[in-house]
Design a protein around this ligand. Structure first.
Ligand code: SF4
Length: 706
């Protein structure tokens, strides 16, 4: 790496929702290096192991997709074709299916790693011009329960807090999240805050003793699926000890009396038994939360990825509402987004049940506003298919064609068999991606090469509503072009050209900003120019004078019709898959520190393999002993859906009766024996449609070579 870089530009880490600011340096040979941007308000110059090694994924071009590749029938070899031939065929196939079988016969499945501009074009194309709401993204897999929870409790999908609240809070409840590994820079801020302020209390709720749990004052190592029982018990304890904010409850919320009745149904002792934790630990958690000056809850997939994910969210949000710990510095509910631009995708309405700028799909006026703005007769009123539903529909033959952008559903979606059968049964599959390492691409009829994150410009929004600008720094190799350009060319081929006449991504962003005007996420005061100058800003930014909005609801006016937040009484049933004598163990899947999703990027970086280089299953010593399993033994995890073969890691860090399997491996087809989603099922939350990745019934045996 040159010590005298030719160019140095600001960008944003393209991995997780923390959204750390980076400085990308390019030397004279075009090689890049990255370092933390000390001026970024969220990350303040820090980067985690994944972010520090981000440049390897750009410098190594060995497995890049370079040209459009197509085959005319299944079984044929893929052949290089021109962009014109590729998009002519794709446009003809999609138009034909829409004409013959109706708009719902096609769909688009995208990713929280896309830029907001790309999301915007995809959403407009599908909902406005294809005439279907069948556009969903892998954000469905991580955040949709939080989105639904916020909407039901606060009136809209709105994260009220910002990262700077971390240093202003004195009590944290972290649940279903391991920020030490999965949101490391947030964790570092938390760690530094606690070390400077030792009275800061951290309560961690997790069936596993994670690195985050290791620094907790109380680790509530609950039985999987008992979260709501615990939060209701904490609610009861706060009410009984009169540690609630009655003034706030009376003036700014609805639903408290019904909630009180609900949480009084179980004693704390019953709750402790069901959750499998010490009663005293629950009492201490109540004590800490009750005396908090600033109370923040943080959560991620452990809560969201459940068949009752929305109820889990609501029961947790209730704790912020009954204590009045929202809308003031150092307090509030803080969902941690998994992907770098999950929030930006939600802003443009990039899920099958959302509309642009948080408008409501059920509201005819909202639909008309969007239709008029896009110049189309209407946008559909019926929610489209969610992520898992799309592949089920392909399998049944109802959906004919799918366009997959920037994600690898064969590895990341639950119940891999259904995804694979859906892809096989589809009449036409398009995969648009950066690398040729996606298993999903093996089933494609058309593969399109997309530009990587340094090869295009645009914006992303992180977990605390901070919109950052990403500069273009390098040229894409071969014939790869930005995702938005691919979609614009497709729209033109399909005859919608007049509505997709964008010259640059700045034009797309300007249109998106204009469409937010007057909404609660109004960013009409933003533009690429302004973001380039400022680096980043937090929405809403309703005018060019606005400096953004670090925290929401400071006026205690919520986004519900009567401006009051809603306290929901939710049942504490689990509803996940039942364990049985044949399948007695609960499988929970998750992430490890140095890998990202299905390893299409981090799998290329040797340094990141040093932490953990191969798949494993965590199992408690008691469960291992009765099965004759020793540490490091190859084991077979199985259920009715499939099997996984990995080595056992025996540890007291996991509860007896629970096993943990990382979700990253399975990327390469000949290692699909390690694919965690061979075992996960098709249960989804009925409201959010988020799959239940955290509770599958399995059995483990020592692996015997056939
Ligand atoms: Fe990137 Fe997330 Fe690490 Fe920050 S914490 S460097 S955004 S992976």
């Amino acid at each position: 790496m040159s010590s005298n870089p030719k160019e140095s530009l600001k960008s944003t880490c393209s991995y997780c929702g923390v959204g750390c600011g980076i400085i990308v340096e390019k030397d004279k040979k075009g090689k890049i290096n990255v370092k933390g941007n000390p001026d970024h308000p969220g990350s303040k110059g820090m980067l985690c192991s994944k972010g520090m090694n981000l440049h390897y994924t750009v410098n190594d071009k060995s497995d890049r997709l370079l040209y459009p590749m197509m085959r005319y029938s299944r079984g044929d070899q893929m052949q290089r074709v021109s962009w014109d031939s590729a998009l002519d065929r794709a446009a003809a196939v999609f138009k034909n299916f829409i004409l013959k079988y109706g708009p719902d016969s096609v769909g688009l499945y995208a990713s929280g790693q896309m830029l907001t501009e790309e999301y915007y074009v995809a959403n407009k194309l599908v909902k406005g011009f294809w005439g279907t709401n069948n556009i969903d993204t892998n954000s469905r897999l991580c955040m949709s329960s939080a989105v639904a929870g916020y909407k039901l409790a606060l009136g809209e999908d709105s994260v009220p807090v910002c990262y700077d609240d971390i240093e202003l809070a004195d009590t944290f409840l972290i649940t279903g999240a391991n920020p030490a590994w999965c949101h490391p820079i947030i964790f570092r801020r938390l760690e530094a805050h606690k070390s400077k302020n030792p009275n800061t209390k951290i309560i961690v709720v997790d069936p596993r003793k994670t690195q985050t749990a290791s620094m907790a004052d109380i680790h509530l190592q609950i039985n999987p699926g008992t979260d709501i029982v615990l939060y209701n018990a904490i609610g009861r304890g706060l009410i009984e000890r009169e540690k609630i904010d009655l003034d706030f409850i009376i003036n700014h919320t609805d639903g408290f009396e019904a909630y009180k009745e609900q949480v009084m149904k179980r004693t704390l002792k019953e709750a402790a038994n069901i959750c499998g934790v010490r009663l005293d630990d629950i009492r201490w958690a109540i004590e800490y939360i009750g005396r908090a000056e600033g109370f923040i809850t943080m959560w991620a997939m452990g809560l969201n990825q459940s068949v009752v994910g929305v109820n889990k969210n609501l029961s947790l949000l209730n704790l912020s509402l009954i204590t009045g710990q929202i809308g003031k510095p150092g307090s509030g509910p803080f969902s941690l987004t998994g992907q770098p631009n999950a929030m930006g995708g939600r802003e443009v309405g990039g899920l099958s049940n959302l509309l642009s700028a948080h408008r409501d799909m059920k509201n005819p006026e909202h639909r008309k506003e969007i239709a008029d703005f896009w110049g189309v007769p209407s946008v559909p009123d019926k929610p489209g298919l969610s992520a898992t539903e799309m592949f089920e529909s392909l399998k049944s033959g109802k959906m004919k064609a799918i366009w997959i952008m920037c994600t690898n559903p064969l590895v990341s979606l639950p119940n891999s068999n259904i995804v694979e059968e859906g892809l096989k049964n589809a009449r036409f599959v398009v995969v648009q991606d950066v690398f040729n390492t996606s298993d999903t691409a093996k089933f494609a009829d058309l593969v399109l090469p997309a530009a990587g994150w340094t090869e295009k410009c645009g914006t992303m929004t992180n977990s605390d509503r901070r919109i950052s600008y990403l500069n273009k720094i390098t040229e894409a190799p071969g014939e790869a072009i930005p995702d938005s350009e691919i979609l614009i060319r497709l729209a033109q081929k399909m005859g919608y050209g007049d509505s997709f006449n964008y010259i640059t991504p700045a034009d797309i962003y300007a249109e998106h900003c204009k469409l937010t005007k007057g909404t609660n996420i109004d960013i009409s005061g933003l533009s690429h120019e302004r973001l380039k100058e400022k680096g980043s800003m937090q929405w809403p930014v309703p005018s060019s004078d606005s400096e953004g909005t670090p925290r929401l609801f400071t006026d205690k006016q919520f986004y519900t019709p009567n401006k009051r937040a809603k306290i929901h009484s939710v049942p504490d049933d689990n509803n996940s898959e039942a364990v049985s004598s044949e399948l007695p163990l609960i499988l929970t899947t998750g992430r490890i520190r140095d890998q990202w999703h299905t390893m299409t990027k981090t799998g290329k970086v040797n340094k990141l393999k040093k932490h953990i280089d191969s798949p494993f299953v965590e199992i408690h010593p008691l469960d291992a002993e009765i099965r004759g399993i020793k540490n490091g033994d190859p084991v077979l995890i199985k259920n009715d859906r499939g099997s996984v073969r990995v080595n056992a890691r025996i540890t007291n860090d996991i509860k007896s009766g629970v096993v943990f399997l990382p979700m990253h491996w399975g990327r390469i087809l000949n290692r699909s024996f390690a694919r965690a989603n061979n075992l996960t099922g098709s249960l989804i939350d009925p409201i959010s449609k988020e799959p239940d990745f955290k509770f599958s019934a399995v059995e483990i045996t020592k692996y015997q070579k056939p």
